[in-house]
Each structure stands twice: as C-alpha cells, then as structure tokens.
Design a protein around this ligand. Structure first.
Ligand SMILES: [Fe+2]
Length: 189
C-alpha cells in the first residue's frame, strides 16, 4: 500500500539508472564505496532512532533492525575487493560529504520523529517486488562493464537478505501496530 508512494524517489533505482547509462569501473566503484559507507554508518541513525523511539513497539522493531543491519557493509566490501580495490583503501576511505550529510539527515529525522524515520527507511530498503528487476540490472551492469558475472554477488545477497528480513515493511508494521498516527504528528509544524 505504502510502497507506491515512494517508488519514484528510491535511491536504489537512481543508482541503477545511473550505472546502466554509464557503467564505467570508476563510477561503479564510486557508487559502491559510498553505498559501503552509508550501510556501515547506518548504526548511527538506527541507534538514534531507538534512543528516540516514540513507543516500546518501535524501539523493539528498530532494535531488531539494528541487529540485522549493522554488519551488512561487509557484503558491499566483497564487491569492492572483486573490483580490485585494496583492503587498506576500503577500510581507510572516508565518505563523501553527500553521503555523510545523508547519514546526518537520517539521524536528525530519527531524533525528531519515529514516523519520519520509518518513512526514510522506505526510501532506501529494497522491496520484494523490485528485487528481480534489481538483480537483472546488476547482471546487465556487470556484462556492459566486462566484469565477471558474480562481481556484485555480495550486493545481491544484501538485497535478498533485507527483503527476507522485511526491512521495507517496517513502516507498515509499525502503523498497523499503533493503528493511529501519534498526536504530535498532527500538531508539529
Ligand atoms: Fe541491509
């Protein structure tokens, strides 16, 4: 029900669209390195969201999300290694300002609104109905860039794991539990 409202601004769709038009090795590494940083730094905004959760159900939901998500950056790192990036470059790299700003924005939203934060997660988490299309797109990107077919297997494993865990359903799960919007959502300006 809620997914269609976010489909046009999905970050995953934007990345795939960019790479399909220009699948150069440098662009692929750049996008995957920023994805690696964004996933690695997710503990910051998830932790903030747990700390500011507006009810116990949300705190539990987000705590489970943290335990499932915190180590997923290692799956992205396997793709970077297959692309030839040295281990010391991966572990010492710094995120671009845009990536750091996105993490900071997620953290700010997490501290101010559980509803807002769960809406943000809807923008970044893979949806089950989009998974097959995304898998085909990454196979196509590998072919166009003359890379081995399994180059992005870690990324695809991440997507599949997140779908299996229901990460794109966190907002809907929470709304079904609380049944009504929190009062302050209606009054905050
Ligand atoms: Fe994940």
């Amino acid at each position: 029900m809620l997914h269609g409202q976010f489909a046009d601004v999905s970050l995953i769709r934007q990345h795939i669209g960019l790479l399909k038009s220009a699948p150069t090795r440098d662009l692929i590494i750049g996008i995957l390195l920023e994805t690696y940083h964004f996933v690695r730094l997710s503990t910051r905004h998830i932790g903030a969201a747990i700390n500011s959760a507006e009810d116990d159900f949300a705190a539990g939901l987000l705590s489970r999300y943290l335990t499932e998500e915190y180590s997923h950056y290692s799956l992205i790192a396997t793709c970077l290694r297959k692309l030839g990036l040295a281990e010391e470059h991966i572990v010492t790299a710094h995120p671009l300002i845009g990536t750091a700003s996105l993490v900071s924005m997620f953290s700010d939203v997490a501290r101010s609104s559980t509803l807002g934060y769960l809406c943000c997660l809807n923008l970044i988490e893979m949806r089950s109905e989009d998974l097959a299309e995304a898998e085909d797109a990454w196979v196509d990107i590998a072919r166009k860039a003359n890379l081995p077919p399994d180059t992005f297997s870690g990324l695809l494993q991440h997507m599949q794991t997140d779908v299996n865990s229901g990460h794109s359903d966190l907002l809907e799960t929470w709304l079904q539990e609380i049944r009504i919007l929190p009062p302050r959502v209606h009054t905050r300006r």
